[in-house]
Structures are given as C-alpha cells and as structure tokens.
Write a protein that binds this ligand. Sequence first.
Ligand SMILES: Nc1ncnc2c1ncn2[C@@H]1O[C@H](COP(=O)(O)OP(=O)(O)OP(=O)(O)O)[C@@H](O)[C@H]1O
Ligand SMILES: [Mg+2]
Length: 326
Amino acid sequence: MATNRTAENLPWVEKYRPTTLDDVYGQPEVVDTVRRFVHDGRLPHLLFYGPPGTGKTSTIIALAREIYGKNYKNMVLELNASDDRGIDVVRNQIKDFASTMQIFSKGFKLIILDEADAMTNVAQNALRRIIEKYTKNTRFCILANYAHKLNPALLSRCTRFRFSPLSEESIKDNVQKVIIKEHLTISQEAESALLKLSKGDMRKALNVLQACKAATDGEITEDMIFESVGAPHPKDIETILDSILKDDWSTAVGTLNRIKQLKGLALIDLLQGFVEILDHYELERQTRASILEGLGEIEYAISKGGNEKIQSSSSVGVIKQSLELQ
Ligand SMILES: Nc1ncnc2c1ncn2[C@@H]1O[C@H](COP(=O)(O)OP(=O)(O)OP(=O)(O)O)[C@@H](O)[C@H]1O
Ligand SMILES: [Mg+2]
C-alpha cells in the first residue's frame, strides 16, 4: 500500500507551519517591517536571528511565498550554510542559481542561508564576497541562532531582526488552534504547564503536545506534559527539598534517587528544578549564593561526564549544608 503522505501523518510542526505571514504568531514587528519592504519594492538583505522555534524559517518561507507565489521554486534557493561539504559547494550552488536568473523573470531572486552561525570565519568571509557579487539581482536572508557568532562585516550588509522567545500568550493562541483541530482534551493545568515549559519555543510546544496525544486517547494531564518534556514536576522537587530539610542525609539521598528513577529524570533536570523552586523560597543571601555556587559546580561536573550517582549525593549535600547556614 502506498504510504499516505497526507496531513494525517505529518509531524504537527510541519502540518501547522505557517503558510502565510498572517499565520506567524508573536512577531508582529518583524512581519510588518518585512511586508513594508516588499510593498515598497526595496527588500534589503535580511538577517533573522534568535532562539530555536521562534519562527525564523517559517517567516522567511511565508514571505517568499507571498512575493513569488507559484514561481517560488524558480526564485528561491534554500541552503544550509553549515553544509559540511564546505563553502565551495555553497558558492557553486549560489553561482548556478543566481546566474540562471533572468531566464524566468525579472526582479530579484532570494537565497535563504540557514544556520549561518555554524560557518567558519573563513567561510563567512567568502560569503561576504558572494553576497556583494550577486547583490544586483539577488537578495540573501541569513538565519542564525546567535548574531554574535557572525562576522561583523557580514552583519553590516544585512538588516537585522531579532526573534524573541515567544510569549506564553502567542504559544497559547497556536496551541489552542491545534487543540481544536486535533480534537484534543487537555486539562487546564496541563495546558498551563505546556505553555510554561515550552519557554518561548513553539516547536517544542507542538512536539510535546503531539507526543502526549500519541500516548493517550483520553485527556492530556499535567503529569504527561512534565514527563514528555523530561522536566520534574514542581511537587516532586518540593518533596525532595522537604526531605533534604527534614530528614537525615541518607534518607534524603534515597528520596532523590527514588523520584529520579520513578520519573525517569536526569540529575541535570532536577538541578534546574531546584533552582526554579528555590527562587520562590525566602533565603538569606549567603545561603542562596552558596546553593547556586554548589549546584553550578555539579552542573559543570555532569557536563564533563561526572558520575551521576556521586553528583546526586553531592547535590543533596550542597543544599543541606547551605540551608543549615540559615
Ligand atoms: N512564530 C510562530 N508562529 C507560528 N508557528 C511557529 C512560530 N515559530 C515556530 N512555529 C512552529 O514551530 C515550527 C518550527 O519553527 P521554525 O522552523 O520557523 O523555527 P526557527 O526559528 O527557524 O528555529 P531554528 O532556530 O531551530 O531553525 C514551525 O514549523 C511552526 O510549526
Ligand atoms: Mg530555522
């Protein structure tokens, strides 16, 4: 049987990818400005930068659709700038694309360069020259997570737009649309947790929602959201902190390990949870500093491959000792 590539089996991030600029949530300044550029017929080279899942790729593709309509394929070249075959491949593709230009239509072509911040400095320099060479009939849109990783000479050739993490409100608008279209039932708490845990990343919100939907035919609960994100539930963090405060050391370590195992969590996620929850505790300045310093060291040790068991015990030690300073 032929596989059915209908919207039904697409990942929701693709199924619900904005098709027009009006479908892009939470980036009104960017959308308004680029639309004005197009309307005035003076589109500059663009740089879109900001954290993952905020709509950079979606916005440029929707813009290109608006400009070119069914001519999109002839007029737009999408490249991954970090292509491991190197800048020469990128250069050749751009050259081929830009020089076949006039056959199809007048007006400029658009080259979208994704992940430009992963390019080496040498490659970025080469790109700078390429942009200059083809400016007459081509516009570039550079996409990156970090502007500071881009060469200043490259930056100065582009009009920059920062894509901020999306507000919970913007994520909610999209999530609620998907909830209705997919006929999901989700508890109020689960929805709030989803918005909060997505941390401004729409891709993450949709992926988590789809993972939860795959796991149940019934209502999506708060626990399912936490589990799918791999984040600890605040009440589990409270239980561990309570045990650290009230119980002896080995009981507290036992509590931490039990919850960690039961919920399939990594220590690194618990550390983040500790910091978030302790933010709401009234602590002496010295206590807070000492906890953060200790947990920071543990986080570093984990990133360097430190033993998870030892670091787990050590984090109980750090928090217990610091709280006893109070
Ligand atoms: N502002 C937004 N409005 C609507 N949907 C969005 C928005 N941002 C992201 N999405 C959703 O998340 C998916 C990924 O977004 P997109 O590819 O545009 O992110 P990005 O900013 O380019 O991220 P990355 O830095 O990882 O490349 C899209 O397919 C879309 O479903
Ligand atoms: Mg992208």
